[in-house]
Design a protein. Structure first.
Length: 638
C-alpha cells in the first residue's frame, strides 16, 4: 500500500484537530462559536464513575474538553463538554500558560485522578502511513514492520517515538498480507506535551493525533462504519485533507493543496469579470426584481469596488446559516449567496477533482473497495450548498460529521449545542475522549513501552513468587514449631496436674511399674550383650599405638561373681586376653609395653590389666617383645 504523508505542518494538523481556528489580524476570529464550560464538572454527577475519559485539545485560542463514559463494550455516553478561552496576550510554553492550563483543568476535571486524561498532539512532524507486510510469525512481525516502515519514512529510532497496529488481513495482488498503520513523531515533541500536563499536576493517560481521534469515532460505533468504506474530508484554510476509513480503520490519508483561501482567491479573481457581466445584464434589464441573484451597483462601486482576501473570506463564511450575516458587505459588492457560491465554484471544482483522483487511486491502483459515504468538516461554519455540490460532483452520499447530534442515543441527557457548526468544533475532541489503549495508538505508551513493562512485571512477579514461597515456608515452620511447643506445654501441664493431685499407689500400679522396669532391664541387657564386644574391640583399637601389633583378642567369662562368693550385686567378671608384640628400638620395648598397659588401664571399660608373659623374639630379622595381657572388666548381671 502506498504511503500518503503529504501533511506535515503544525497548522495543517491543528486545523484538522480544531476546525482551522486562526487568529485574525484585525482581532476578529472566524472560529466556530463554543460555549463556556461550567465549573468543576467531575466534582458533580460523574465524579466517581468508572470508565470516565476526558479528551483535551489545547488549541490556538481555546482549550476544549469532552467527557464520555463507557458503560459496556461499544456502549458509550456523552457526559459533558466545554471550553475555556485562552487570553490573547498569553504565550504557550510560559509559566503563565501552565498556570492557566492548571486552572482550566481544575475547573473542568476537578481533583486529579478522577478520570483518564487523553490529549491531542499538536506537532509539526507527525508522519502517518499505511502499508502491507507479508503474513509472518508474531515474534517476527515487529522487525518486519520496522524494516518496511523505514522504506516508507525517514526517521531516527533514537530520536523518534514510533508505533504501529495491525489492521487485519488484506488481499494485495492476490496475496494475503497484513495491513499496518504506522506513525512516527519526534520524541522531543511528545515529551514537551507530556511535561506540560505533568507541570500542571494532571498527568496524561494517553496522547494521540487527529486521524486517530477520528478513527476512534468510527471504531467505537459512535458513527457506525462496519462493512463500509468512509471518507472524511476536512476543508482547511490553506489546504484540505482526505482520510479514508475501512471498517473503522484508517487506511489512507492525503493532503490536498486547496482550501478556503483558494476559494477566497477565486472569488477575488472572478469578481471583476462577474461584475462586468452583471452590469451588462443589469443595463439590458428593464426593472430588476426583488430577490434577483445580482444586485444593482452604483457607478462608484462598479468602477472601484473589489473585495480583498479578508473580505472574500468573510463573504464565504457568511454562506453558513450559523454565521453572522454580512449583509452590508454583500450589498457593498452587489453579491448574494448564490453569486458568492458561483464565484468560489472554480476553486471548489479543483478541490473536488483532487478528491476524485484520490478515490480513483484508492479504488483502482490499490484495488480497494468503493467509497460509500463522505463526511465533511471545514475550518469555517457548515455550508449546506457546499455539501450538496460535493455530493453531486462525486455522486456519493455526503453529510456533515455530527456525532454530537442531540438525537443521538449516546448524547441524550447531555446539554448539547443547537448549532451544527458549534457542535462540529468538538468532534475531534470527542474522538480523543473515546481513546483507549486497546484500540488507540498511544504516543506516550507504545508497544515497546508495553513490552518493557511486561518484562518489569514478570520480574516483579517472579520476585514476589520467591518471597511468597519463602514466607509460606517460614509460616509453615513456625506453625510446626508452635504445635510442637503446644504439645510439650500440654504434656507438662498434665504432669503438673498429676503431681499436684498426687499419684495413687495400688497393687496393680506397682505390678505394672515392676513389669515395665523388668522390660526396660531386659532390653538394656540385650543391648549390652549385642554391642559389648564391639565396644571392647573398639576401645582396645583406639588405645593401641602403631608400635603395638595385636595378634589375637579373646573374651573369657569366669562365671563367678566379681565380688565375694554368693554376692551378685557387682555382676559377672569378664577377661580380655590380648596377644601381640612390641616393635621398635630394642632398648625401649619394655617401656612401650608398660605405656600400652597404662593406656588400657585408663579405659573406663577395664578395671585391671595384668601382663601374663613377655618374651623377646626376632621376627624377619627385627627384635620384638612378645607379650600376653589379661584385661578384666565387670559386667552387671542385671
Amino acid at each position: 500500500m502506498a504511503s500518503e504523508k503529504e501533511i506535515t505542518s503544525t497548522e495543517k494538523l491543528l486545523d484538522v484537530i480544531r476546525g482551522g481556528a486562526e487568529k485574525q489580524e484585525s482581532g476578529a476570529s472566524d472560529e466556530v462559536p463554543v460555549r463556556e464550560s461550567h465549573e468543576s464538572l467531575l466534582t458533580g454527577r460523574f465524579a466517581r464513575q468508572k470508565g470516565v475519559t476526558i479528551g483535551i485539545d489545547v488549541g490556538y485560542s481555546r482549550i476544549r474538553f469532552v467527557t464520555v463514559s463507557q458503560g459496556s463494550h461499544k456502549r458509550w455516553k456523552l457526559l459533558d463538554y466545554g471550553s475555556f478561552a485562552i487570553p490573547i496576550d498569553m504565550e504557550k510554553g510560559t509559566p503563565a500558560f501552565t498556570a492557566f492550563l492548571k486552572e482550566s483543568l481544575a475547573k473542568y476535571c476537578g481533583p486529579p485522578g478522577k478520570a483518564d486524561l487523553w490529549a491531542m498532539m499538536s506537532a509539526a512532524n507527525v508522519e502517518v502511513c499505511n502499508f502491507a507486510v507479508p503474513v509472518v510469525a508474531r515474534k517476527e512481525l515487529e522487525n518486519v514492520v520496522l524494516w518496511s516502515a523505514k522504506k516508507e519514512l525517514d526517521f531516527n529510532e533514537s530520536e523518534s517515538v514510533f508505533d504501529y497496529e495491525v489492521q487485519g488481513e488484506i488481499v494485495e495482488s492476490g496475496v494475503e498480507k497484513l495491513g499496518i498503520l504506522f506513525y512516527t513523531v519526534p520524541r522531543k515533541n511528545v515529551e514537551e506535551t507530556r511535561e506540560l500536563f505533568d507541570a500542571a499536576g494532571y498527568p496524561l493517560t494517553g496522547l494521540t493525533i487527529a486521524p486517530m481521534a477520528l478513527q476512534n469515532i468510527f471504531r467505537t460505533d459512535w458513527v457506525p462504519a462496519q462493512d463500509r468504506t468512509i471518507a472524511s474530508l476536512y476543508i482547511g484554510r490553506g489546504w484540505s485533507r482526505i482520510d479514508i476509513f475501512s471498517g473503522g480503520d484508517l487506511v489512507m490519508t492525503r493532503g490536498i493543496k486547496a482550501g478556503i483561501n483558494s476559494m477566497a482567491e477565486s472569488l477575488v479573481d472572478e469578481y471583476p469579470a462577474w461584475r462586468q457581466s452583471a452590469a451588462r445584464e443589469a443595463s439590458h434589464a428593464d426593472i430588476p426584481e426583488s430577490g434577483d441573484a445580482v444586485l444593482e451597483l452604483s457607478g462608484a462601486q462598479q468602477a472601484d469596488a473589489t473585495p480583498d482576501l479578508d473580505q472574500a473570506r468573510q463573504l464565504i463564511q457568511a454562506l453558513s446559516p450559523d454565521s453572522k450575516p454580512e449583509t452590508e458587505l454583500a450589498e457593498r459588492f452587489g453579491l448574494n449567496d448564490e453569486a458568492i457560491f458561483t464565484l468560489i465554484r472554480p476553486a471548489l471544482e479543483r478541490l473536488v477533482r483532487q478528491v476524485e483522483r484520490t478515490f480513483e487511486h484508492y479504488v483502482v491502483n490499490m484495488g480497494r473497495e468503493t467509497i460509500s459515504a463522505i463526511y465533511l468538516s471545514t475550518a469555517m461554519n457548515v455550508c449546506p450548498p457546499m455539501v450538496d455540490y460535493i455530493a453531486g460532483q462525486l455522486d456519493t452520499s455526503c453529510d456533515i460529521l455530527d456525532p454530537l447530534d442531540p438525537s443521538h442515543p449516546w448524547v441524550e441527557g447531555a446539554t448539547a449545542e443547537e448549532s451544527v457548526s458549534e457542535r462540529s468544533a468538538y468532534v475531534p475532541v470527542l474522538g480523543v475522549a473515546l481513546s483507549h489503549q486497546s484500540h488507540t495508538l498511544n504516543l506516550i505508551y507504545t508497544k515497546e513501552d508495553q513490552k518493557q513493562r511486561k518484562k518489569y512485571l514478570l520480574a516483579n512477579y517472579v520476585a514476589l513468587a520467591v518471597i511468597g514461597v519463602l514466607l509460606l515456608s517460614g509460616v509453615g515452620w513456625y506453625a510446626w514449631c508452635d504445635r510442637v511447643v503446644a504439645g510439650k506445654q500440654d504434656r507438662v501441664a498434665r504432669l503438673e496436674q498429676q503431681v499436684q493431685k498426687g499419684i495413687e499407689i495400688t497393687e496393680a500400679s506397682v505390678r505394672n511399674m515392676v513389669a515395665d522396669l523388668k522390660q526396660e532391664r531386659q532390653r538394656a541387657r540385650e543391648m549390652r550383650d549385642r554391642y559389648l564386644s564391639a565396644a571392647v574391640f573398639g576401645e582396645v583399637s583406639s588405645v593401641t599405638p602403631e608400635k603395638i601389633k595385636v595378634m589375637n583378642i579373646k573374651t573369657v567369662l569366669d562365671g563367678m561373681p566379681a565380688g565375694e562368693k554368693g554376692d551378685s550385686s557387682r555382676g559377672v567378671q569378664r577377661n580380655m586376653l590380648i596377644d601381640g608384640f612390641v616393635t621398635g628400638v630394642s632398648d625401649t620395648l619394655d617401656a612401650d609395653l608398660i605405656d600400652y598397659v597404662m593406656n588400657i588401664q585408663s579405659s573406663p571399660l577395664f578395671e585391671r590389666v595384668v601382663i601374663n608373659a613377655k618374651v623377646p623374639e626376632t621376627i624377619e630379622g627385627q627384635e620384638v617383645l612378645r607379650f600376653t595381657l589379661t584385661a578384666s572388666m565387670e559386667v552387671p548381671s542385671t
